[in-house]
Design a protein around this ligand. Structure first.
Ligand code: GRF
Length: 207
């Protein structure tokens, strides 16, 4: 059912297969969902998610970082594409680039990310190996606002999964991914409706 409230325009930034991107596209097909995916941008020309998006009729473009001599230039091109798409919200979904503080600040409060761990545990890469190494019995995923510090921004939503005996990084990654998609769609809806917003470095939740 349509709510009559204008949907927020969302750009998704990816580097690879884009299964989280696909989940957001799927969620946004619901007429009552408060956001629409208006463009997908990849920093790699061969990112599998570009084709997935195009097949769904969504505008998708590669802005390969390798084509730019400096990080700042690449980020300027990405920002320009985001503005051209009139993006209200930017979703990082497996976007494997460290962002400069300037870029993070430019989109602060409007840019969110999904990370495959229960932050603040296990920042950075190889989170499933980190979880197995630490011996935790629960693991999961986090959607957070993006700030200048890597994987440090205020948390919007989290989902936990059990760590099972005999788990490998692969089996654990699969279990976490199976909850990432729903978690990301739920978190984006909270941000798009204004039920979750970033204020003074924290997430404020409203009814
Ligand atoms: C996901 O595990 C996400 O949490 C992490 O990178 C992976 C991307 O997977 N940031 P996909 O491209 O969304 O399938």
């Amino acid at each position: 059912m349509s709510t009559g409230i204008p949907k927020k325009r969302v750009a998704v930034l990816i580097s690879g297969r884009g299964s989280n991107m696909g989940a957001l596209i799927e969620a946004a097909k619901d007429a009552g969902y408060p956001a629409e995916i208006v463009t997908v941008i990849a920093n790699k020309a061969d990112a599998g998610g570009l084709d997935t998006a195009r097949k769904q009729g969504i505008h998708a473009q590669a802005i390969p970082h390798r084509d730019y001599a400096a990080k700042q230039r690449h980020e300027a091109a990405v920002s320009e594409a985001l503005r051209a798409a009139r993006a209200d919200i930017v979703c990082l979904a497996g976007y494997m680039r460290l962002l400069s503080p300037e870029f993070a600040r430019e989109w602060e409060g409007k840019m969110i990310n999904i990370h495959p761990s229960l932050l603040p545990l296990f920042r950075g890469l190889h989170t499933h190996d980190q979880a197995l190494e630490a011996g935790v019995r629960v693991h999961g995923c986090t959607v957070h606002f993006v700030t200048a510090g890597m994987d440090e921004g205020p948390i919007i939503a989290q989902t936990a999964v059990p760590v099972k005996t005999g788990d490998t990084a692969e089996t654990l990654a699969e279990r976490v991914l199976s909850v990432e998609h729903e978690t990301y769609a739920r978190a984006l809806a909270l941000v798009a409706t204004g039920q979750a917003l970033m204020q003074n470095g924290r997430t404020v939740f409203r009814d």
